[in-house]
Write a protein that binds this ligand. Structure first.
Ligand code: NAD
Length: 440
């Protein structure tokens, strides 16, 4: 098949995959393992091509491209391959309340044909990690890369049909028209990563067919920095997480909550950390990315006067460069605090202490992550029990994505459902009860 498909082809593609699915061919462990092995080979054989495409779309450095996209996805596939047979083993359940001699087990059944829609910010990882999960679960997949990262989209569309079973995996490139045409089809699951506005469109379209969805959305992930934490280390960890991919990461720390005294000291340490990471001229640093397009550039630049600029603030529209920027004394009603920033701007909002920080977090949408830096066991406990978020990470922002064994997902406005490793198998399967009652 041709990698790029016109909207009217959606129906035909889904019908073709569904017919192939009915043969039951994709159920076997051998088929799943083979597809995953091929997907890993696709990445290993084309490391340089992916690095180049990621550089074109987002000016990602080769190191970041490998760590966060290519190698990241390979590690996920390795993890699935090592464990899949074990995960698929039926789980016996003790039966009570049925005639004597009855036995029961739970088994993971493939769902059928699933749709995976990816965003542009980690365009390789966020398409292929869910695709790996869908294949591990024995499904056929329509993979829709983001048109906003065109070099990666084109590369994925060119390579996937060369490596994977084309009766089981189809790539549909394109934008809103193609996505809309796809969403009109009946899928057995839709896995969408992106913003909440489109998340609602996806969920509405899926509801027409009673299709379940996984929504991996975004939000404003806060960081609480407690009085008395080691600020040099905190700033270094915070800066690395916030300014990776020029802040265009769903789990990037969005803003800092801390007391005024800690805020002053943290400002100084953040400026130092940024210099260590990107030098005195981040524009010349090979490790620093660019904003994806002019629309996002303009949106982020409008946020720059939301507070006192501690460091950064400069920008260049032509190259879509925005300096890593720290804003101090930011008010809760300022523009930068109204929406997910999704760019290299880190506001520091002052609160009196942990009580006010927890209230501040709970007055807003449930974020994808809450981050905390504190030596206090009591405050760690309170953050765990008194705030709600996709994940809570103490000590190292974004570390929750490093381990393929940890389920990744949001809650409330930051999404529904989770995936990675065994959790992807659960997301893309139906856990079926098989009950066997003996004849009299
Ligand atoms: P995007 O614009 O690339 O959109 C994502 C997908 O939706 C694309 O495939 C696109 O074609 C499709 N789409 C766009 N408009 C549509 C429409 N009207 N109808 C149907 N489909 C449509 O990406 P984005 O939404 O700008 O991505 C950024 C957002 O994603 C941020 O909010 C970020 O936090 C979130 N995000 C979340 C995660 C996560 O894992 N939770 C990861 C990355 C990004």
């Amino acid at each position: 098949m041709t990698p790029t498909s016109a909207p009217e082809q959606s129906e035909e593609i889904v019908a073709r995959l569904r017919a192939a699915c009915r043969t039951g061919r994709y159920r076997s462990l051998e088929w799943r393992t083979e597809q995953l092995t091929r997907l890993r080979a696709l990445l290993r054989d084309h490391v340089e091509d992916f690095a180049a495409a990621l550089h074109t779309d987002l000016r990602k450095s080769r190191t970041e491209a490998y760590a966060a996209e290519i190698g990241f996805t390979i590690r996920e596939i390795d993890h699935i391959l090592v464990n899949l047979a074990e995960w698929l083993r039926p789980v016996p359940v003790a039966v009570t309340g049925c005639p004597p001699g009855s036995t029961a087990h739970l088994q993971y059944d493939p769902l059928g044909v699933v749709l995976v829609m990816a965003p542009w910010n980690y365009p390789v990882q966020l398409l292929l990690v869910p695709v790996a999960g869908a294949l591990a679960a024995g499904n056929a997949v329509v993979a829709k890369p983001s048109e906003v990262a065109p070099a990666c989209s084109a590369l994925l569309a060119r390579l996937i049909p060369r490596y994977l079973d084309t009766d089981a995996v189809a790539v549909v490139e394109g934008g809103v028209a193609e996505a809309t045409a796809l969403l009109a089809q009946r899928f057995d699951h839709v896995f969408y990563t992106g913003n909440g506005v489109v998340g609602r469109i996806v969920m509405r379209a899926a509801a027409e067919h009673l299709t379940p969805v996984t929504l991996e959305l975004g939000g404003k992930s806060p960081v609480f920095v407690d009085r008395g934490t080691s600020l040099a280390d905190t700033a270094a960890r915070l800066a690395r997480a916030k300014f990776a991919n020029a802040g265009q990461t769903c789990v990037a720390p969005d803003y800092v909550l801390t007391d005024p005294e800690t805020a002053r000291a943290l400002e100084v340490e953040l400026a130092r950390s940024l210099e260590k990471l990107f030098g005195t001229e981040p524009q010349a640093s090979r490790g620093y990315g660019r904003i994806i397009n002019a629309r996002h550039f303009d949106r982020i630049v409008r946020l720059l006067d939301s507070g006192r600029i501690v460091v950064g603030g400069s920008h260049d529209r032509e190259s879509r460069y925005i300096a890593p920027t720290v804003l101090a004394e930011v008010r809760a009603d300022s523009p930068v605090m109204q929406e997910e920033i999704f760019g290299p701007v880190l506001p520091i909002v002052e609160v009196s202490g942990v009580d006010e920080a927890i209230t501040f977090i709970n007055e807003r949408d449930k974020p994808l992550a809450v981050y905390g830096f504190t030596a206090s066991t009591e405050i760690r406990r309170r953050l765990a029990e008194e705030t709600a978020s996709g994940s809570l990470v103490l000590g190292l922002p974004m570390a929750q994505v490093l381990d393929p064994g940890l389920p990744f997902g949001g809650v409330g406005q930051s999404g529904m459902g989770s995936y990675r490793g065994a959790h992807s198998l659960a997301a893309f399967s139906h856990r079926k009860t098989v009950l066997d009652v003996p004849e009299r």
